[in-house]
Ligand binder design. Sequence first.
Ligand code: PLP
Length: 495
Amino acid sequence: MDLFYRSTRSKGEAVRASQAILKGLADDGGLYVPESVPSLDKSMEELSQMTYQETAYEVMKLFFTDFTEAELRDCISRAYDSKFDTEAIAPLVEADGTYYLELFHGATIAFKDMALSILPHLMITSARKNNVKNEIVILTATSGDTGKAALAGFADVKGTRIIVFYPKNGVSPIQEKQMVTQKGENTFVVGITGNFDDAQTGVKQLFGDKELADIMDKAGYQFSSANSINIGRLVPQVVYYVYAYAQLLKEGRIEKDEKINVVVPTGNFGNILAAYFAKNMGVPIAKLICASNENKVLYDFFETGVYDRNREFVLTSSPSMDILISSNLERLIYLTAGADADKNAAFMSALSTVGKYEITADMRAQMKDFYGNYASEQETADTIRALYEKTGYVIDTHTAVAAAVCGKYKKETGDTTKTVLASTASPFKFTRSVMNAIDKKYDAMGDFELVDELSRLANVKVPRAIEEIRTASVLHDTVCDKEDMKSVVMKFLGI
Ligand SMILES: *Cc1c(COP(=O)(O)O)cnc(C)c1O
């Protein structure tokens, strides 16, 4: 049976998965949501015998129903190959009683690789299925990790171009170096003088610019989005929650049907929404623990039912979570509003005009399985140091926010449910913050000296992604004001 997708903002026509993947964002500015969340049609015992790739097929076939089996398996095998440095793709590591689901073994050592290594293939396949002749221009705003992962995924993929905007002073030195050294004729990286929300707002405006769309169409281009609002990002992220549960079962760490909690360091709300989808597909998940850094909009939201972006934007040591507008939350709002696009559109309109909205008691009741909390910069650093000293395991700053919140949750509730914690970046990606958390003395060292020191300390080989940028030359040096994003795009496309 075909699964259709609808926009969160209008009662417009439903589209097929391939069309939703191609468009990214719906014409009315809404996000595509499946008309229903499918249930897994394999048991956890069966899934526990499967590889990551086989599990990926079992999940994706239920969402991307207009892809043939051959098409999907082809996309999956191109994505989850030797770009990953472990056959497990997403291994589980136990440390201090928590299962860290390491999502950082791909090309750019952050969890964005989990989805962005497959999105280009899903997109090319979708284009072919829909007889699209235009070249696809991926336009992305990044708080650091998406940009590089998208660049790595799309570089030199025929029939695509990719333009990435990042906040010039809002990403780590290693993140920036990773992006500005990106190879590939079809890649373009631009720093903007503003923060991530400025970049994201600018990109959304370009997507909604009808005049620009016409000019592009005449020149043989059309935009698509690799941001986490694309359903082709969200669905591949559901896979690793299914896989993690199945692995725990396989290793005898949980009983059949035993519930687990999931903790996710959250920014745009994509990763945790994927966990919510996994739960709705039938994975026995009890609590969805949403961890924020000092930009604690989501914590306040789950506490009060009020989403309020009117606040100081804080630059933290977990920059990929420095976000005040969590785009993917819109899908949860829509679903808990009874899949009512008008209600959702009213909330989103309030968000863009007055910067806040309040959900109803009924909607809050439907979110009872979510728990939100946040970690301060100090708590984040303390968590890295304490875990290292206790176990020798070194986690990155984003993962540490989740670990700190996990600790708070357990203390507050006494809940002893086994916990899977999404470990979203390699500590090598945020070396300076990680090493400073372990000991302030490291601050005197240079970036790559620190990398070697971390490798010694953690007893982990320096990842290929880091080795590569040691000597790579800068290939992108464009910086622009947020007002000039459109002209920069037009110039790159030569239109
Ligand atoms: C993107 C990112 C996050 C936040 O994930 P969302 O899906 O945006 O909530 C957390 N940690 C790291 C390292 C990331 O790159």
